[in-house]
Design a protein around this ligand. Structure first.
Ligand code: AMP
Length: 196
């Protein structure tokens, strides 16, 4: 069974994903990370062909502003990632689907490829998420984490576009909710209970 992880920026979702993947042999598909790799290809002039570099520029123009990258781009990336893996390789999806349009396509691809999944939402208030993300920005050096206005925009997108997705999965009985204010170990303990 695959997992789809939800949590506002700063909820600790990435950290928990890594731990869970290591203990339970999931492959992580981190949407933001995959897109940042594509964005980085814009500056890798030596190796990138022209189209790759154009795509990279497009992707980074959205990431830099804290907007969702266009639907077709992210859906193509996730589709390829799913198809590239053997059926029996469990996947942990982090950062997708982020709006109802992506949800519709994601559900369809998962169905077509015969993959079942459940969802986990690490709950945290935007205020707490903001405090945490600004605290870690310097250490990790991500430009879109260092700018308060961009973090706020990403959080607004989460509240306005991703929360309706979470509600829908909740209504489908697919969602497990975890209190993100607890310690990293406590949150992990609850996540572990959810997957076994
Ligand atoms: P994150 O690291 O998850 O906060 O994502 C960083 C940035 O990557 C976001 O602000 C978006 O620009 C982009 N991104 C990540 N996931 C998606 C997605 N599912 N759809 C569109 N854009 C995304």
């Amino acid at each position: 069974m695959d997992l789809v992880l939800f949590g506002i920026q700063g909820s600790g979702k990435g950290t928990q994903a890594k731990r869970l993947a290591a203990e339970f042999q999931y492959d992580i598909f981190e949407a933001g990370g995959e897109l940042r790799k594509i964005a980085a290809s814009a500056s890798a002039k030596a190796t990138a062909d022209k189209s790759g570099s154009e795509l990279g520029k497009t992707v980074s123009s959205y990431i830099d502003k804290g907007h969702l990258v266009p639907h077709e781009i992210i859906m193509q990336v996730v589709k390829e990632a799913i198809l590239a893996r053997p059926k029996d390789q469990k996947i942990l999806f982090d950062g997708i689907p982020r709006d109802e349009n992506q949800m519709k396509d994601f559900d369809r691809v998962m169905k077509e490829t015969g993959r079942d999944f459940r969802c986990i939402h690490i709950l945290l208030t935007p205020d707490e998420g903001m405090q945490r993300i600004l605290g870690r920005a310097k250490a990790e050096g991500r430009a879109d984490d260092a700018d308060t206005a961009i973090v706020a925009r990403r959080m607004k997108t989460f509240t306005e576009k991703t929360m309706p997705v979470i509600e829908k999965y909740k209504n489908e009985g697919k969602m497990i909710e975890i209190d993100g204010m607890k310690s990293v170990d406590e949150v992990y303990g609850e996540m572990k209970r959810a997957v076994v």
